[in-house]
Design a binder for this molecule. Structure first.
Ligand code: BGC
Length: 376
């Protein structure tokens, strides 16, 4: 049975201060307010899997899935209330959509048609995840599509916002299917050529959020090459083979197996924080398997498929136990991993990478699916 609830909390953002108007009253889709309101929506499928989504940052706040014995756990790091997202130290982008350009742009500069653009440097010396107020920190319009068990979030990023050219009209739709999939569909159009690279920044721990580190998770990444970086995490432009390096996940292995190897790339990233070049088998732009993760004790499995050419595997190297999650547990060092489907970092400055420039009249359309199952 599909079920929709919007009863949790409604908040309004006024002059930069978040005022929470707690509401226990159930709201219907018709009551969804303007972009100045924050809503939290729950979707449930016929297997009892559920997700919670908010239009603040298009954040996925929770993903509750069964283990091999049917026991439910929330496998997404994050919080129960919006204020905790806005207050979190170091703003780790828990669950959010990042944009207008996910990952880094070198020195916050790029040139389109001879015009140079400058972005805020929020990750010195580079610009990261769309700038200071990226898509993870804005309020999206929200529309519940009840018949599809979906939530559509829309946002208009203005020409010049965070330094990017063009009015970018974009949306992300989360659909929870009865196959235990979260389908994420991104769409955007622009009135001026602009870089676009939208991704989802959920931190997963398939043992349950707050249940220690993720080093025992077995990971397969469907990629024979990756994009090594310099010490500021900007790609060198080369795409060497992973074979014979700690970056070889072509056959599943524990995330922790090679993570402490003596390797310059691992030193630069403080662990894995790199983009892999997905093997698309000649199916560029098609939905293909990108990664598979198994948590041995719970038997939970997550498969990631995408139309995108790359995936950033980031294993929570900057978590350090200071953030306390929704169930009161510390988010320890490497207590969650992200698999961010994307175009390669710094593409606007890398002539050999697939283009991320969206032009007027073009449509940006990408899909990523996170599918959950168990090993039983
Ligand atoms: C980046 C990391 C960054 C993290 C922020 C990831 O997508 O690759 O370098 O620290 O986001 O939470």
């Amino acid at each position: 049975m599909l079920s929709f609830r919007i009863p949790l909390a409604i908040a309004a953002l006024t002059a930069g201060t978040l005022t929470i108007h707690a509401s226990t009253q159930a709201a219907t889709a018709a009551e969804v307010k303007t972009a100045s309101d924050i809503q939290i929506v729950s979707l449930t499928n016929e297997h009892g899997m559920s997700i919670k989504v908010t239009n603040y940052g298009a954040i996925i706040m929770s993903i509750v899935v069964p283990d091999k014995d049917g026991k439910l756990a929330d496998v997404a790091l994050g919080y129960d209330d919006i204020r905790s997202y806005t207050n979190a130290v170091d703003k780790p982008y828990f669950g959010a959509v990042v944009g207008r350009y996910g990952n880094r742009i070198a020195k916050g500069k790029f040139t389109i048609d001879g015009e140079e653009y400058s972005l805020p440097i929020n990750n010195p010396p580079n610009s990261l995840h769309g700038g200071i107020i990226g898509f993870d920190k804005v309020i999206w319009d929200i529309q519940v599509e009840e018949s599809k068990n979906a939530v559509k979030l829309s946002y208009l990023a203005k020409d010049g916002e965070e330094g990017y050219p063009g009015n970018l009209s974009c949306s992300v739709t989360y659909t929870l299917t009865d196959e235990n999939e979260i389908k994420v569909e991104y769409f955007a159009t622009t009135d001026k050529a602009t870089p676009v690279n939208l991704t989802q920044h959920t931190y997963f721990n398939l043992a349950g959020e707050g249940e220690g580190d993720i080093l025992d998770h077995q990971l397969m990444i469907n990629a024979n090459r990756f994009t090594p970086v310099d010490e500021t995490l900007i790609p060198t432009g080369k795409t060497p083979a992973v074979q014979g390096t700690p970056f070889d996940f072509t056959t599943a292995k524990a995330i922790g197996r090679d993570i402490n190897s003596d390797n310059e790339q691992l030193r630069f990233g403080g662990g894995y924080d790199h983009n892999w070049v997905l093997d698309k088998g000649g199916q560029t732009g098609e939905l293909t398997l990108a990664a598979r993760v198994v948590e041995p004790k719970s038997g939970r499995v997550m498969e990631v498929s995408t139309t995108e050419p790359g995936i950033q595997f980031y294993c929570g190297n900057f978590l350090d136990g200071r953030l306390i999650g929704k169930s009161g547990k510390e988010y320890v060092y490497r207590g969650g991993f992200c698999l961010e489907t994307q175009h390669y970092p710094d593409s606007p400055n890398q002539p050999n990478f697939p283009s991320t420039i969206l032009k007027p009249g073009d449509e940006y359309e990408t899909t990523t699916i996170f599918k959950f199952s168990t090993t039983k």
